[in-house]
Design a protein around this ligand. Sequence first.
Ligand code: FAD
Length: 295
Amino acid sequence: MQIKNLYKNKKPVISFEIFPPKKDGPIDTIYHTIDALKDLKPDFISVTYGAGGNTVNKTVEIASIIKNIYHIESLAHLTCVTSTKEEIENILSQLKHMNVENILALRGDFPKDPNFKFPDPLHYQYAKDLVTHIQSKNNFSIGAACYPEGHIGCDCLDKDLFHLNTKINTGADFLISQLFFDNEIFYSFKEKLNVQNSHIPISAGILPVINKKQIDHIVSLCGCHMPKKFIRIIEKYADKPEALKEAGIAYAVEQIIDLLSWGVDGIHIYTMNRPKTTRKIVESISTIRNVLTEA
Ligand code: FAD
């Protein structure tokens, strides 16, 4: 099923993100992750696309496994900044052939390579250009990324929102947000979308923070705001890994319960390939999920 139709028929849509095994790692390890996630009945599972193209084939293969072996809807991420138009064409054909109907169309982060050229006529420049191309194929439901606090590469939220509205107008069917720790920022972001685009379903990206190292990495990557209550937890339990894990999971659950009460379209859990953590979160909201789905 195309994911855009999932959002029409169900609220909330619960989804998970996984990443392929490292370049030389065996693909089999991903089966353990999916095996452990499938009982949680996600509405779809998305598979990241490695920066630099290292895990490209694995993304296609894993998205196909999720769809055709596990019979769970899959969403293949695809970035244009490190793959040429020709390579993108090839991937789109593979996805169609494998009956993967959903793509998260992304620009991708710039590689650190000093010879990297942007813009480059061999590549689609921005995610919106990739969206336009995929849409011309008429085979896929297209998702795109959004940033409640603005994209880190954009100096002002209004400008980023302008580009986001263009991306939606170009043909994105649904959005998945960057992670955030302050729900109020997400609510205010949703209000700022152009009126004509306010209908687009948005899944809120939730990352359960379960260790200190992860936090430094996240902040350097997306620069998101950390509320005082979140900082207190990190500081208090920084040297107590088990306590930090418990508190991090509880924080994610609290965020999700608030988002669901607010009426969010979907929750997208960045699983980091840690099914046990994901299980704890999903089980904590199981009654609420049932109540809302039946409503
Ligand atoms: P765009 O929408 O193209 O925006 C990129 C920047 O360009 C923004 O600052 C925007 O304001 C600006 N911009 C857009 N259009 C224009 C224009 N016409 N003129 C000037 N400026 C413009 N990365 C990966 O490598 N692999 C993944 O699998 C992956 N999955 C992700 C999943 C989610 C849910 C999210 C939120 C991010 C993911 N990323 C992934 C990271 C993403 O690739 C980076 O954040 C990247 O820097 C931006 O991608 P985008 O698709 O949002 O780009």
